[in-house]
Every structure is written in structure tokens, then in C-alpha cells.
Design a binder for this molecule. Structure first.
Ligand SMILES: *[C@@H]1O[C@H](CO)[C@@H](O)[C@H](O)[C@H]1NC(C)=O
Ligand SMILES: *[C@@H]1O[C@H](CO)[C@@H](O)[C@H](O)[C@H]1NC(C)=O
Ligand SMILES: *[C@@H]1O[C@H](CO)[C@@H](O)[C@H](O)[C@H]1NC(C)=O
Length: 485
């Protein structure tokens, strides 16, 4: 509300009108807004044309006023369930899929995104990364930035994290090549890029706040420190067949690998860093001896993740924090959560490096927690392997239970509140419909699969009501050595 008022005020100033015309008593309702609009026009026009007076009485040559339609659209009043096509359209509107040539070992990747927030707070990137070794063997990069309390931090990471990582990787690979020490050097380079970029977001706030920049520029620079974001970066080096996964927060990468008996094994390549992770809890408690209740109900002073970019309120010194609240409306910690010895959360990632065996068909699923809220690592791997099997051109589409049209009893959300597993993925609801994109296949099955009412209702709910039914969800899947499987 406060920020709304601010916007209005500066807009009025922009028109150079005396403030008293728009006294605070003026209620901002629809008709007054429009009559003010007319006044702006009058004054601006007369100032430009130099003709005082009441030109608007002159009849316009053409009447352009819209006529209100009285015929209520049947479409909006009695809209049936989302049609199956509409559901597919919503699930795949952000979908992409690429076959990869010229990067040995990796065949293809697919991705998609579904927003729940009014402005999606997830960001992602994908593609070839020019080789840090300066040779002609590009790496592959996939990344998901799951923002919270706004999209501003995620947005900055989308643009700035990989270029900085690349810069540090070049120094590391030039020094280490593929020799021993390679993994450690790569991991250190990625870690340093994460930490340095976060410092530049959070620690420069003091400088920004005290600078002579105009208010609007300060505000713009500070927003990425008010909001926060997780980062999950996966880098594939084709020379060493290493998949390096750097995780800050609770997005997750899971490796699927085919066994000789045809089954698939799921191995997480990152561990969610939240207030429920016991390693994280003991790390934080060790860093803040004598402070009780920092981690409560799976949250660190109120926030779910124990590592993140931005989030100045968990990092800034208390005094500066208060100053930021006063001068810039920085968001405060929630009542009852007291910051005594910040920082409490960090952007320092945990980096794992995994050699992708060239003989083993494999894939990596990279997703924000919106997906992992709905299914387990193994369920996701099984879904992708089922999809992969369906890609083989010689397989006759089977009449298995997967595509029959099941019937379910009438659905409402009390079924989820009585039994939280009802809202999660279940195998009986598996549907194999999205042959062109495995990320859409995962998304559809995570949200209800063949349970038309469940998935339709979830998608019919728009922001802010959607937030209780689904999170922003971003999914990427990359295939290694799967060609011809
Ligand atoms: C901290 O904030 C969380 C989330 O807003 C709230 O649920 C919790 O009660 C607060 N902690 C304390 C100790 O009051
Ligand atoms: C699948 O089911 C349809 C209709 O029930 C049937 O006509 C068809 O022969 C079946 N195909 C296979 C491969 O069993
Ligand atoms: C909850 O639902 C799942 C499947 O939807 C079922 O397997 C499970 O038994 C149910 N749990 C309870 C406590 O009713």
C-alpha cells in the first residue's frame, strides 16, 4: 500500500501540478482517477498549444468511446473444466527441447516452467558454455534460480552468475588442466563466484545507501538484496565427463542411471539446504553459539532455506538493517525472530562432481522445490525412464494402464487436507502424453497426471490462490549416452 502511494505521488509530481489539487482526502476510486486524467490532458495540452481554455468541448470527429457489452459471455459464465488441450497448453507454454551436437556424451535436453506467483520468481538458463579451457570443446550449463520474496535476486543471478563462474573457471582450468587437483580447482572456482556475487549484492548495500545516487537508482540496486534466491548450477565438462553441480538452497539435481537389468537408479547430486537438514542445523548452531531457537519448525529465523543469495535481512548487521527498513522499506525479519549475530544464511554452495560413465545411459533431472514437493527422486527417475522407453520408435504403444481414462470420485481440497499424500504424485495416475518433452511429462504427472479434476483445478487456480496448490515449478532434464537406448 505504501509503495502504491509513493508511485502515485511521483507520477503527479511528474505532471508539475500543484499538490493541493490531489489532496490526500481524494479517494482513489475509479471515476476520480479518470477525471484527474482529463485535467492532466487539459493542462498539458494548453501548455503545449499555448491556447488557454476549454478545447475538449469541441466535438471529436469520431466517437471512440468503448460501448460496454451487455451480452455476458457464455464462455466465462459457464466455463466447463479446463479442456485437455488447454491443460496441455498451460503445461507446455514455456517448454523447450534441444538436440545437442558437438558436445561429446550429452544428447539432448528438455525444460519447462509453470508460474504460480503473479510474476514468476523462478529463473533459468541453459545452453553451451564456451570452453573455459579456450579449446573448441564447449561445456553445457543448466541452472535454476528459485527466487523468494520477489524475483529480483533470481533475475540478477540469471544474468550475472554464469559469466562470473566462467571467468573464475578459466583461471582454474588454465592452472590445472585435467590433472589431479582439477576437481578441487573447479569446485573452488564455482564457490568463489557464488560467494563473490552474493557479496556484491548484499555487502555493497551499505555503500549504495550512503552514496549520492538518486533514490530510484538506490532502490533499484538494493532490491536484489531485499529479495532472495536459491541457485542450482550444473556444468558438464565433456573432456573429463564430469557433471559439476553447485547448490545453494533447496532446488535439487538427481541423476538417473540405467542398470544392466534395465532398472534405473536415482542418486541425488545435491542435498536440500533447509532448516530441516541436520547438517545445516549443526553448522548454523556452531556459528552462533549460545543462541537458541535460530532454527525452529524447519526454518532459520523464519526462512525455509539455510543458504541463499540476497536476503539482506538475514545477513546485514542489525543497525544497518533498521536503517534500511526506515529509509528504503527493506523487509524486516518476522516478529519473534531476532537477529543477534548475523549472517545466519550464506550463498556458499555445496559442489559435487560426478563422472558420467560413457557406457551407461544416464540423465539428470534439475528442478526447483515446486517439483520435489510433489514426488520423490525415484518417482521422478522412473517417470523419465518410462518416457525414454516410449521414445524408441520400434516400441508398439502399449495398452498398459498408463493411458486409460480412469474415473475418480468428485474432488475437492478436503481430500488433500485429510491426507496430504493425495495431492502428491501417485503411480496409478501416471500418464504418458507429452512425447515431445520430458520436462512437461514430469510437470503433468507431478500435478495430478491422469486425475483430470486434480490437475485441472490446480491449473484453473490463478494467483494468489494458486500458491496453496502449487509453487512456481521449473524443470530441466538432460540426457547422457541415451541415443539409441
Ligand atoms: C519467525 O517467523 C516465522 C515465519 O514468519 C514464524 O512462524 C515464527 O513464529 C517466528 N519465530 C518466532 C520465535 O516467533
Ligand atoms: C489396444 O486397445 C484397443 C482398443 O481397446 C485395441 O483395438 C488394440 O488392438 C489394442 N492394442 C494392443 C497393442 O493391444
Ligand atoms: C492417503 O492416500 C494414499 C493414496 O492416495 C493412501 O495410499 C494412504 O493409505 C492414505 N493414508 C491414509 C492415512 O488414509
Amino acid at each position: 500500500m505504501r509503495s502504491w502511494r509513493l508511485a502515485r505521488t511521483s507520477m503527479r509530481r511528474g505532471f508539475g501540478l500543484p499538490a493541493r489539487r490531489f489532496s490526500a482526502k481524494t479517494k482513489p476510486n475509479f471515476s476520480q482517477t479518470s477525471s484527474n486524467g482529463v485535467r492532466y490532458t487539459v493542462i498539458t495540452a494548453s501548455a503545449i498549444a499555448g491556447v488557454g481554455g476549454i478545447w475538449w468541448f469541441t466535438k471529436p470527429t469520431r466517437d471512440t468511446v468503448p460501448v460496454i457489452e451487455l451480452q455476458a459471455s457464455k464462455h466465462t459464465l459457464n466455463k466447463p473444466d479446463l479442456s485437455s488441450d488447454e491443460i496441455t497448453q498451460i503445461l507446455s507454454q514455456e517448454a523447450y527441447s534441444f538436440l545437442i551436437k558437438g558436445v561429446s556424451g550429452v544428447d539432448r535436453y528438455d525444460g519447462t516452467q509453470l508460474a504460480s506467483n503473479g510474476i514468476c520468481e523462478d529463473r533459468f538458463i541453459h545452453g553451451k558454455l564456451p570452453s573455459p579451457r579456450d579449446d573448441d570443446k564447449p561445456w553445457m550449463a543448466w541452472a535454476i534460480f528459485d527466487g523468494h520474496a520477489g524475483w529480483q535476486t533470481a533475475d540478477l543471478l540469471e544474468k550475472q552468475l554464469v559469466p562470473l563462474v566462467q571467468q573464475y573457471l578459466r583461471q582454474a582450468t588454465i592452472a590445472f588442466g585435467e590433472q589431479s587437483g582439477y576437481k578441487e580447482a573447479i569446485q573452488q572456482a564455482i564457490t568463489k563466484a557464488f560467494v563473490d556475487l552474493d557479496s556484491s549484492i548484499v555487502e555493497t548495500a551499505q555503500e549504495t545507501a550512503q552514496s549520492n545516487l538518486p533514490f530510484q537508482e538506490k532502490m533499484q540496486k538494493l532490491l536484489p538484496a531485499f529479495a532472495g534466491s536459491c541457485a542450482l548450477l550444473s556444468l558438464y565438462d565433456p573432456v573429463t565427463s564430469n557433471l559439476h553441480v553447485a547448490c545453494t538452497g533447496d532446488s535439487r539435481a538427481v541423476l538417473g542411471q540405467k542398470n544392466s537389468d534395465g532398472t534405473w537408479t536415482a542418486t541425488p547430486l545435491s542435498i536440500d539446504q533447509t532448516g530441516s537438514n541436520t547438517d545445516e542445523i549443526s553448522r548454523i548452531q556452531k556459528e552462533h553459539p549460545g543462541e537458541e531457537n535460530i532454527v525452529k519448525n524447519g526454518r532459520v529465523l523464519g526462512i525455509m532455506v539455510s543458504r541463499a543469495f540476497g536476503d539482506g535481512r538475514w545477513k546485514w548487521p542489525v543497525e544497518f538493517q533498521n536503517d534500511m527498513i526506515k529509509k528504503f522499506e527493506a523487509p524486516p525479519l518476522r516478529p519473534g525472530n531476532e537477529s543477534k549475530t548475523p549472517p545466519y544464511i550464506t550463498a556458499k554452495p555445496v559442489v559435487t562432481s560426478t563422472v558420467i560413465d560413457p557406457e551407461t545411459p544416464s540423465f539428470v533431472i534439475i528442478a526447483s522445490d515446486g517439483l520435489w514437493d510433489m514426488l520423490t527422486d525415484q518417482q521422478a527417475v522412473t517417470l523419465v525412464s518410462t518416457w525414454l522407453d516410449s521414445q524408441t520408435p520400434f516400441t508398439t504403444p502399449s495398452n498398459s494402464t498408463t493411458n486409460h481414462k480412469p474415473t475418480y470420485p468428485p474432488f475437492d481440497l478436503s481430500q488433500i487436507s485429510h491426507n496430504s499424500t493425495t495431492g502428491r504424485f501417485s503411480e496409478e495416475r501416471t500418464v504418458l502424453k507429452d512425447k515431445e518433452n520430458v520436462a512437461v511429462h514430469l510437470l503433468r504427472n507431478s500435478l495430478g497426471g491422469n486425475h483430470a479434476e486434480l490437475i485441472g483445478g490446480r491449473l484453473a487456480a490463478t494467483y494468489p490462490y494458486s500458491r496453496d496448490l502449487r509453487d512456481d515449478i521449473t524443470v530441466q532434464v538432460a540426457f547422457f549416452n541415451c541415443e539409441g537406448v
